[in-house]
Design a protein around this ligand. Sequence first.
Ligand code: MRU
Length: 344
Amino acid sequence: MSSFKTIEWKNNKVIMIDQTRLPKDEIYLEFETYEEVADAIKRMVIRGAPAIGVAAAMGIALGALNTTIEDRDQFIKEVNKVTDVIMATRPTAVNLFWAGKRMLGVLNSQNGSVGDMKARLVEEANIILHEDIETCRSIGRVGAELIPDNSTILTHCNAGALATAGYGTALGVIRGAREAGKNIKVIATETRPFLQGARLTAWELDKDGISVSLITDNMVGHIMSKGMVDAVVVGADRIAENGDVANKIGTYSISVLAKSHGIPFYVAAPISTIDYNCPNGGNIPIEERDINEVTHVLGSRIAPDVNVYNPAFDITPNENVSSIITEKAVVKNPFLKGLSDLNK
Ligand code: MRU
């Protein structure tokens, strides 16, 4: 396990490590209302698909707990309203909607009092958190088999303990390979514009004593051409039915480079990241974020006042993905049948 907690439920409050302040400051924030949790997801105090799912569930639980409504039907209406607010925070990571649906499923299956329903929603949010840690550990065990001993793995963004309830997906595979006794080195891309690689992946790997070298995003081709990368492992925000993958902007370019250098390109994600209602990547909504993330670095302007694009994610077509690593199994390309079998 990692030596910090990304998110937890304590004394009817939600505690999160503030990922906007890392690596300079390790600060834990307390949230008492669902509006605060929604704002934290939007501002990326917490980010990463599975972690957003856990935060969403806990936000819904907070909203349910804090209402003074005593009438059952009114209470159900209120929790649906809270869920709508949380679901409107970020559009790409499907885990947010998965968690919302699961919480509403629990709400709708309860016959007890409003008090019982509140207790059950808080319990469910905590179950989702613990399941996520176990799921990541399984992804780590399953994926470790693909990682050769004495290898160097390139990863993009942060798909680590910080992006989940703990352990990580892509970094879970690296942790799993190390726990299997393999000697693994990691190359982390800095991941402009939000710098998840430089600020978060480098921080959490270094903190846990895992060898990590940091590069800027535009160094990937050169590093690959020098034979310095044995495999790429990244996470995912949403995987379409056909295996197209939405992940952090820049993932697609890395997949093209990996393909042209004959380097395996693995995606590690829980089954909850697969959107079975989404036939291909073209149907996945891509979040556009504030242009200040591009024109500014850590609060300082680095560009003149010109037009800017800031898509936060891109789509890696399934033909660039060697295998998808889930908690149940490694699914090899072609993906349609293998991914569908996971849903049975
Ligand atoms: O914008 P972010 O930081 O939420 O994006 C995160 C990613 O793209 C991760 O790679 C993905 O969510 C997988 S996290 C296990």
